[in-house]
Design a protein around this ligand. Structure first.
Ligand code: AMP
Ligand code: FES
Ligand code: ZN
Length: 297
């Protein structure tokens, strides 16, 4: 690991990873051993590795798999569901499963077609749906914390995008922890300081079976392009991604963006689902589902 000037054998690597994760959990005050954690597992390497690490560290961590109904010619959703369920069964862990089509009438690609914004590229409708479902399950089952498998490459790419556009309101909220607020569980990203290749190495060395393919809609996306750019930079200058991200966290802590108002203050509960929203009536997710039902009728 050039960026850390560190070389480890398999045995030590598999110890190093949970030790470091524990260090970040404490450093950023993510959660304690008394809190129930809901890990959002996609069937990919990061979230399965995260679940594995938290279980090894002795945290009370249950999983949530969201069936998005995406096929892409290779059964993306069904295969990722199978792998998430298999991991849960093998490790005797509890997995909640919510299938979007069964629950809300349509799979993600159809929901996306219904809105003009999502046609052809359903990622924003998918993101909206995933956030809604994660919040709902965390609230309904009393989880204090929701953990996702975002790694350093994910976070650096989002940071790059937000910085290119100077989206101060997003920059204010991006980080390892988003504190709880009325109607929302705390959100944490315990892997945010690990490189993607470090996560791949961990998953392979632990023998975790995960889905190699990305979501078919991610191919050619803006985030994928930013990741490639940052990888070029990292190759020339090892450690760049980590510095970019950690110096951002430090700069914000010392007051950069402090003048931005926190939008959370103006949220009210959605009259249908009860989740906080900045919209005057139904939240954007409930509006999406309402439109889907009208089209389907
Ligand atoms: P992505 O947006 O696909 O890069 O995923 C980021 C994180 O969101 C993953 O590491 C998971 O924690 C979570 N996630 C993504 N897709 C799903 C899914 N279908 N079900 C549950 N969690 C998911
Ligand atoms: Fe949601 Fe790809 S569109 S995971
Ligand atoms: Zn709603």
């Amino acid at each position: 690991m050039r960026q850390h000037r560190l070389a480890l054998c398999k045995e030590h690597y598999l110890e190093w990873m949970p030790e470091q994760t524990e260090r970040f959990i404490k450093k950023y005050s993510m959660f304690t051993r008394d809190e129930k954690i809901l890990v959002a597992v996609s069937g990919g390497k990061d979230s399965l590795a995260l679940w594995d690490i938290l279980a090894r560290l002795g945290y009370h961590a249950d999983g949530l798999y969201i069936g998005l109904g995406i096929d892409g010619g290779f059964g993306y959703s069904s295969e990722s569901h199978r792998l998430a369920q298999r991991f849960a069964d093998e490790h005797d862990l509890r997995l909640h499963v919510l299938d979007v089509e069964k629950e809300y009438g349509q799979p993600i690609p159809v929901l996306a077609d219904i809105t003009r914004r999502g046609r052809g590229r359903p990622c924003s409708v998918c993101g909206l749906t995933k956030r809604h479902v994660m919040n709902r399950i965390a609230r309904d089952f009393g989880y204090a914390v929701l953990a996702t498998g975002h790694n350093l490459d994910d976070e650096a790419a989002v940071l790059f995008s937000n910085t290119l556009n100077w989206q101060a309101e997003f920059l204010l909220r991006q980080g390892p922890v988003l504190p709880e607020s009325p109607g929302f569980a705390r959100k944490v990203k315990p892997l945010c300081r690990f490189y993607e290749r470090e996560m791949t190495a961990y998953a392979l060395l632990r023998g975790i079976e995960y889905i190699y393919e990305e979501c078919p809609y991610a191919v050619g996306s803006k985030t994928t392009y930013y990741k490639e750019l940052l990888n070029q930079l990292e190759t020339e200058r090892p450690g760049s991604k980590l510095t970019f991200y950690t110096r951002f966290l430090e700069a914000r802590k010392s007051g950069l963006f402090a003048e931005q108002k926190d939008v959370q203050a103006t949220l009210t509960p959605c009259p249908n689902c009860g989740q906080p929203t900045s919209a005057p009536g139904l939240c954007s997710f409930c509006r999406l589902i309402e439109r889907a039902m009208n089209v389907g009728a």
